[in-house]
Design a protein around this ligand. Structure first.
Ligand SMILES: Nc1ncnc2c1ncn2[C@@H]1O[C@H](COP(=O)(O)OP(=O)(O)OP(=O)(O)O)[C@@H](O)[C@H]1O
Ligand SMILES: [Mg+2]
Length: 302
């Protein structure tokens, strides 16, 4: 991969896209590009798994093709389908024109004209800009039969359409798979990929992310926001806030012209960082103040 000659170069090119990437993540991205292996990213919600695929595509100037997984996803939605409505119209038109040649009609009905290309097939088509980035997002939401099917598609990057023949990618796409680990993905699929667990960033990295994503926020407020969120993540919560929440919250506080965090402001804006009523309730009363005091203390020089 000429565009990413080193791990440092990966870090830099993702940084230019506003994506703050630690050394470990940059290393697997580099290796995945260099070896042409799919990259499997697992982690909590809102830690930048989906975003990295977007950043890689933008940095390399490649097309991003996204396959959003969900329960019941099947080949017809993931690979290709036939445009039945258009086929019906073609049949009626041929009938109205009077006794079309059945064989010719059959061939015409199952030609490219009536083929609907879904993400996996799109990703195998040649692209003048280079192989696209294929993001298979939230794989844990699909079921096992689809995973087995995917395993096959990823091993040879080709798809067979019975009526048309086999489509093979001239250059394999750059594949990124993500999972929130609501269930374990099968070992066979994992074995094909390079794996990385995307964790919550530490304080310095989260500040860096905030600088990249909410540059308007003043330094004092940014540091307070990150310290508070970092402290909050050590609490026993049903759903801990991700980086996305940190950014959202900072933007909310900016919109309210807040320059210094107070328990009152936190109580009023908690909905930006916590999305479950049980968690919000835990921070009622003196709790928000206790966590804020702890966060502010962590900011003081030792
Ligand atoms: N390292 C990072 N650098 C820059 N921005 C980041 C980073 N990590 C997260 N973000 C920001 O957080 C937002 C959420 O990230 P993203 O959607 O990629 O999370 P996710 O891990 O895919 O979450 P989910 O599991 O909920 O889909 C992004 O829009 C991005 O702005
Ligand atoms: Mg995501």
């Amino acid at each position: 991969m000429t565009q990413a000659p080193s791990i440092d170069a990966v870090q830099q090119m993702l940084g230019e896209q506003g994506y703050v990437c630690g050394r470990a993540l940059a290393t697997v991205v580099f290796l995945s590009l260099r070896l042409g292996r799919p990259l499997f990213l697992e982690g909590e919600a809102g830690v930048g798994k989906t975003e990295i695929a977007k950043a890689i595509a933008a940095a390399l100037g490649r097309r991003l093709i996204r396959l959003q997984c969900y329960e019941g996803l099947d080949a017809a939605s993931a690979v290709y389908d036939w445009n039945f409505a258009a086929q019906m119209v073609a049949i009626r038109t041929a009938e109205a024109a009077g006794g079309a040649d059945r064989g010719a009609l059959q061939t015409e009905l199952f030609s490219d004209e009536f083929l609907i290309e879904r993400p996996l097939l799109q990703a195998m088509r040649p692209d003048p800009a280079g192989a696209p980035v294929l993001l298979i997002d939230e794989l844990d939401r699909t079921d096992e039969p689809f995973e087995a099917f995917l395993l096959e598609a990823l091993s040879d990057f080709q798809v067979t359409i019975p009526e048309l023949g086999t489509v093979k990618a001239p250059e394999p796409p750059i594949v990124i798979l993500t999972s929130n680990r609501t269930r374990e993905v099968h070992d066979a699929l994992k074995r094909r990929c390079l794996y990385h667990w995307v964790d919550y960033p530490d304080f310095d990295r989260e500040i860096e992310i905030l600088h990249a994503r909410a540059p308007e926020a003043a330094e004092t407020l940014s540091r307070q926001v990150v310290a508070f969120v970092q402290t909050l993540r050590t609490e026993d919560l049903f759903k801990k806030p991700g980086v996305a929440e940190t950014i959202d919250w900072a933007k909310c506080l900016l919109a309210l012209d807040v320059i210094d965090l107070s328990p009152e402001v936190i109580a009023d804006t908690l909905g930006a960082i916590l999305k479950y009523q049980d968690d919000i309730q835990k921070l009622q009363g003196s709790e928000a103040k206790r966590i804020l005091d702890q966060a502010k203390a962590s900011l003081e020089p030792a």
